[in-house]
Each structure stands twice: as C-alpha cells, then as structure tokens.
Design a protein around this ligand. Sequence first.
Ligand SMILES: Nc1ncnc2c1ncn2[C@@H]1O[C@H](COP(=O)(O)OP(=O)(O)O)[C@@H](O)[C@H]1O
Ligand SMILES: [Mg+2]
Length: 263
Amino acid sequence: MLTVDHVSVWLARKRVLEDISLRAEAGQITAIVGPNGSGKTTLLRAITQELPYAGKIYLEGTEIGALRGWELAARRAVLPQASRIAFPFTVLEIVRLGLSAGATAAPDTRALEALARVGLSGFEGRYYQELSGGEQQRVQLARVLTQVWAPIGPHGPCWLLLDEPVSSLDIGHQLEVMELAADYAARGGGVIAVMHDLNLTAMFAQQIILLASGHAIAQGPPAHVLTDDLLSRAYGCDLQVGTSPAPPIPYVLPQMARRTIQS
Ligand SMILES: Nc1ncnc2c1ncn2[C@@H]1O[C@H](COP(=O)(O)OP(=O)(O)O)[C@@H](O)[C@H]1O
Ligand SMILES: [Mg+2]
C-alpha cells in the first residue's frame, strides 16, 4: 500500500496542495484527476520525492523519505508528464536507462521485451528525438517497465507512478497502455496514474481522487466520484454522467454550454 497522510505542498509561497490523504492499494489502478493546475502533477511529484512537502508518505508502511535512492528505484518507477531529451539517444539507450536505475541484474533482452510490450519492436535503433510524441511516450513507458519489471519484488509490490501516460496517444494505443497498467496491477503491482480522460479512468481505475484547486474534493470508486455535481463543480462546466449497459461503467458527456451566445 502507498499511503499519503495529510500532505500539503507550497511552491513559490503558494499553497498548491492542501491536506491530501490517500491510500492506494497494490493490485489496483488509482487515478488522480482534476482540471489543469489543480495539483495532480504536484501530488505525484510529492509521492516521487521530487518536492518538499508537509505530512507523511509511506510505501508499504515505511516512510518513503527514509528509503535510499537505489531502494526507491527498485520499488517504483516514474513516468513524468513531459520527457525532453537533449541528446541524440537511441530508443534502446533510453529504455536501458530503466535497467541501470532499478533492475541492474536483469537480462539484456529485457529492454527489447519492454519495447515489444508497448508495441515498439523494431524501433530500438531509431533516434528518440525523431519519434512522434505518442511514440516517445511509449518509449518512456518501456523504460519505466524495465525498471520495475516484476510487479512484486523482494520488498513487496512495486509501483508504476504515471503522469498522464496516455495523453498524446490515439484511442487504440490509449487502450493498449491502460491494459498494460491493468495487467501490472492484476499481477500484484501498484499503479497511480494522473489521467485527463474521465471515460478511460472510469473503465480502468478502481479508485479515483478528484482534485480541484489543490483540494481533494472526492475520492473513492468511480461510481462515487464521477457524478454530475462533483465533476461540474471541479471542472467548472456542465457535465453529465451516464452509465453504460452491462457492464455498468460510468461515462461522462459534456452538455451544451448554458451560456447564450450574443450575436
Ligand atoms: N515550481 C512551481 N512554482 C510555483 N508554482 C508552481 C510550480 N509548479 C506548479 N505550480 C503551480 O501549482 C499548481 C498545480 O500545478 P500542477 O500540479 O502542475 O497541476 P496539474 O498537474 O493538475 O495540471 C498550478 O497553479 C501551477 O501553476
Ligand atoms: Mg500535470
């Protein structure tokens, strides 16, 4: 379990997150949703120890700040929201960074296996900078997978911490990546993913935390969080939630703007 206990974050003297508590279970996908600027990336960066915060964060009962870098690297891998690479690395070189970060004893074929998992077999010799945004995103995902390949390690579940893992992918690749995350969770790993697409979130997440202006305004299973009222309040527009016929999964449809357009 990954536990966030009363965490607040200040950036440039502004409180960006206020008193967030959350329990993410291994074996599930926990999604962080909310409008732009609501604090999703900040919450993930507190969890990944990239930002100072007040409060406590525990990984399987151990305060995460007490773990050394290499211990952390073997137990959780991070997909940042944007990964700009300044040097002309090949795809294989990028994916192998995951091996050197966490899985130093892994076989050399692991990187190729990870590329196959994200549908990029044959891309290993290509230059990262010459790929499309969606391909780059899948290369980064392959790097993350090589780092924590086994969902359960010697210290318990490993974690994928993903900031908008599907935001620049087409619908087919979005489903592929979400299925990959779901498979990781089904095999005992933990997944925390920042998500924009509420329908994909409803399909794949077991738990959702909804942020608005740095506050968690709701958290729980999709049917509890994805309601007309909560979503319309969080996103500041008129949203209506329906339920698909069997299996019953909530889906979100924007309504026509109520505002009358003056000519
Ligand atoms: N380094 C920073 N310094 C000051 N403010 C920041 C910094 N990073 C993010 N913020 C602010 O914190 C808020 C939350 O940002 P972020 O967590 O990136 O939002 P989200 O990922 O939900 O779009 C925004 O208002 C953003 O402008
Ligand atoms: Mg963000």
